[in-house]
Design a protein around this ligand. Structure first.
Ligand code: NHR
Ligand code: GAR
Length: 214
């Protein structure tokens, strides 16, 4: 069975959606970089092992990355799932886990990378916004796209109303992508996870409910 470690920073609603989807996944641990991350309680209540690697206790980004990597390696997961994880990870960390780190980003990448994506979308005046599941590469929010969901912007939206509409769809596509991966594993080895039809690009249709293959 595919094994994962989930990294969070805050409320953890994407993590909760993954837990609630009852996927054929071995969730080895939920790790937060903040001791007060609300998602830690949710994870523990669901029976998940939880850990904290508090970034404020480290004197450099590399020192934090190394401590995080040590905890992740203890669990030997096949994939690392960023779910609202808010620390930029250094090149050495990313290159230690090639093609093994997934992220959900609340915009239709490559539009609006970085922070405050709903504000960026409202300021740009786009009529369609959304969310993207992608593979994490050293360059921020620029890795290969696995799935996207489009969400309409309403004329009277503010950051909160738009963000809430996007978040509901995040809770659909992230578990859907992980289900696709979990159910299509043919082997797990030194070179990584081999998937059936691995060269296919998966995208979600606009309703966010049905996966279509391109
Ligand atoms: N790391 C790499 N190398 N590449 C990516 O694509 C990454 C990443 C780490 C996290 C998630 C991400 C997002 O979905 C992610 C993608 C945090 C920041 C940020 O600026 C930006 C993007 C993302 C996550 N963080 C501040 C920092 O200094 C801290 C902000 C805070 O703590 O609130 O690390 O958009
Ligand atoms: C989600 O919208 C996620 O896409 C976003 O933060 C929120 C976390 O919510 N991630 C980023 O912005 C990464 N920079 P959650 O903790 O309830 O899953």
């Amino acid at each position: 069975m595919l094994s994962i470690v989930i990294l969070i920073s805050g409320r953890g609603s994407n993590m909760e959606a993954i837990l609630k989807a009852r996927l054929p996944l071995d969730i080895r641990a939920v790790i937060a970089n903040r001791p007060d991350a609300g998602g830690l309680q949710t994870a523990a209540a669901a029976g998940c092992a939880t850990e904290v690697v508090d970034h404020t206790l480290f004197s450099s980004r590399d020192a934090f990355d190394n401590a995080l990597a040590a905890r992740i390696d203890h669990h030997r997961p096949d994939l690392i799932v960023l779910a609202g994880f808010m620390r930029i990870l250094g090149r050495a960390f990313i290159e230690r886990y090639p093609n093994k780190i997934l992220n959900i980003h609340p915009s239709l990448l490559p539009a609006f990378p970085g922070l405050h994506t709903h504000r960026q979308a409202l300021e740009a005046g786009v009529r369609i916004h959304g969310a993207t599941v992608h593979i994490v590469t050293p360059e921020l929010d620029a890795g290969p796209i696995l799935a996207q969901v489009a969400v309409p912007v309403a004329a009277d939206d503010d950051e909160d109303s738009l963000g809430a509409r996007v978040l509901r769809q995040e809770h659909v596509i992230y578990p859907a992508v992980l289900r696709r991966l979990a159910e299509n594993v043919t082997s797990i080895g030194e070179t990584g996870v081999v998937l059936r039809g691995a060269r296919r690009v998966e995208q979600l249709d606009a309703s966010g409910e049905k996966l279509i293959s391109l």
